[in-house]
Design a protein around this ligand. Sequence first.
Ligand code: SF4
Length: 440
Amino acid sequence: MNVYDSARMADVLAPHGYRSVGSPDDADLVILNTCHIREKAAEKVYSELGRLRKIKTARDKNLNPMLIAVGGCVAQAEGEEIWARAPWVDIVFGPQTYHRLPEMLASSQRKEAVFHAEFSAEQKFDLPLQINTSASTSEYLTIQEGCNKFCTFCVVPYTRGEEFSRPSRNILREASQLIARGAREVTLLGQNVNAYLSIDEYGSKISLGELLFQLAELPNLERIRYTTSHPRDMHKELLDAHRQLPEVMPYVHLPVQSGSNSVLTDMNRRHTADDYRHAIDQLRTARPDIAISSDFIVGFPGESEADFLDTLTLVREVEYAQAYSFKYSARPGTPAAIMRKQVSEDEKKARLAELQNLLRQQQISFNKKFIGKTVSVLLERHGRHNGQLVGRSPHMQMVHVNASDSLLGKLVQVNIDGVDKNSLSGHLFTDKFQQPKVTN
Ligand code: SF4
C-alpha cells in the first residue's frame, strides 16, 4: 500500500513541477513514506532521518534548500515524537492526507509547521485522483483502507483508521487511467480488501466479487489480483469471481497467523482454525489450481508448545505456495503488548526456524510442480543478466526468461526448466506472444 501511496504522491505533486529523482542528494523534497507494522520498520525512519539531516545541513539554505517530509503510519502514530527527535523535519502527515501535499508544501515554505495526523471525516473522502505519471506493467490500486477487526497485535486500526471503501466508479476510472498509461495487471489493495463494500450510483451494494466482475470488462486489463484478505470475508461473489473470471489470478494471500484456537481467540482474530480450513476448501473448490499464501506470527503471548504444534499441523494440511512468518513483536498501544505471558526470545527464535523450514520445503515443492510445464508470464522488467526479462506467473512466482525487450509488458508462454525457492526460469515456448485482449 505504501508503494501505491508513494506513486499517488508523485501524481499529486507532478502538476506542481515535481518529478522523481534517483537520489536524495538531487532532491528538493524528500518524503519518507513510513510503515509502523513492525518495530524494526518504525526505528529505520529515525536512522534514515539522521542520514537526510546531513544532506540538508550541507546545503546552502537560500540557493539549494531541501524539505523533508515524513508520511504514512509512523507519522500517524508518532507525529509528536518525530518533531521532538528530528526537528529538521518540515512536514509530518498521516495516511489518507497526501492529496493535501501541495498545500502542506506551500505552508512549510512559509516556515509554519504542518501536522496532519488526526483522522477526521474530511480525511475519509475519496481522492479524485488523476494519474499523471506513467504506469508500469503491473500496478497497485487501493480500493479499501483501514480495519475494524482490532486483532490484539496490530496497529492498523489505530494508524489507518476504520474501514473505508472507495466508490467503485472512482476505482474503475483509476484502473482505466492506469491501463491507458501502460498497466496490464492491477493488484487491488486494502488492509481488509475482501471486506470491500460500497454503494454505487444506483444504490446497489458492490462487494469485492462484484467489483472484480466490473473490472474484468475493462479492455486490455489482462490480470487482476487482490490483497490482503481476511478469512471471515470470503463471500460467495468472490468465490464466483475466482470460478468464472480468467482475469482473476489463481493466487490468494489469506493470513491465518496461528493454527491454535486458543491463540486465535487471544489474537481476537474472530475465526477458528476450522473456519480457515473451510475458507481454503471453498477457494479450492472454486478454483482447483489456486495457490495459497499466508502470514504467521510465532511466539504470540501465551503461545504454548502445543499451540505451536497446531500451527505446524495446519501448515501441513494446507500446503502453502508461499508465506510470510515473523516472531511476535509488541507494538505500543496494542492490547497484546501488555499481555502477561510473553514468550521468550529463544523460544520464538526456535519456533520461527522450525516453521520457516517447513514453509520453505512447501514452497520448493510447489515450484517443482511447474518443471516441464508451460506457464503464461507477464514480463515486467529487465533481469540481472544481459538479455534476461522477469515477470510473474499466474501463481505469483517470479519467472526469469531470455527474451527481447520488445516483449516487455506482454504476456508470453514460458516453458519452465529451472526452479528454486523464490523463482522459476525457462525459455520462450514460442516467439509469438499473445496480443492484449480486446473486449467491447
Ligand atoms: S484484520 Fe489485519 S489489519 Fe485488521 S487488525 Fe487484524 S491484522 Fe490488523
